[in-house]
Structures are given as C-alpha cells and as structure tokens.
Design a protein around this ligand. Structure first.
Ligand code: ZN
Length: 77
C-alpha cells in the first residue's frame, strides 16, 4: 500500500519549519502511528523512500493555482 499524496494550498504559514533544518516546511507526512513529521522539499526528497512504508499520507503545500489545477477542470465556459 502506498501513501496518498494530497496537494493543498495554505497548509503551512511562513512560521512553519522543517523538523530537520530551519527551511520553510512544504510537506507533512502523516504516519501510520498517528504522528506526523514536517519537512522542507530537500528533506522530504531525501527521506521519501524511507517514509513511504511508514506513512498513510503526504500533504504537500503548493501555491493556490497548482492546488486548484488538481481539481477537475470546470468545463462550462
Ligand atoms: Zn529540511
């Protein structure tokens, strides 16, 4: 079973930081234990392979435009 990746805007504020370094947080890994870990892009990529068996979901912070692009397009133009 693989973890679901969810893209969402406004997941973090500028005050949210990676658990491994002072960089801004971009990803929250929700673990099967119920705990969660917060990573910057760099540390998420570095730890992703190890996290996949442990996580149920990765929430990725994206800009609003990109989050909206994940929603099925409105076709009634
Ligand atoms: Zn980091």
């Amino acid at each position: 079973m693989t973890a679901t990746e969810v893209r969402t805007a406004a997941l973090f504020t500028a005050a949210d930081r990676c658990d491994c370094c002072p960089a801004p947080a971009t990803t929250r890994a929700v673990l099967r234990t119920g705990d969660d870990l917060v990573f910057c892009d760099h540390h998420f990529r570095r730890n992703q392979a190890a996290l996949i068996p442990l996580a149920t979901m990765f929430e990725r912070h994206v800009e609003l435009d990109e989050a909206l692009a994940f929603v099925p397009a409105f076709t009634g133009r």
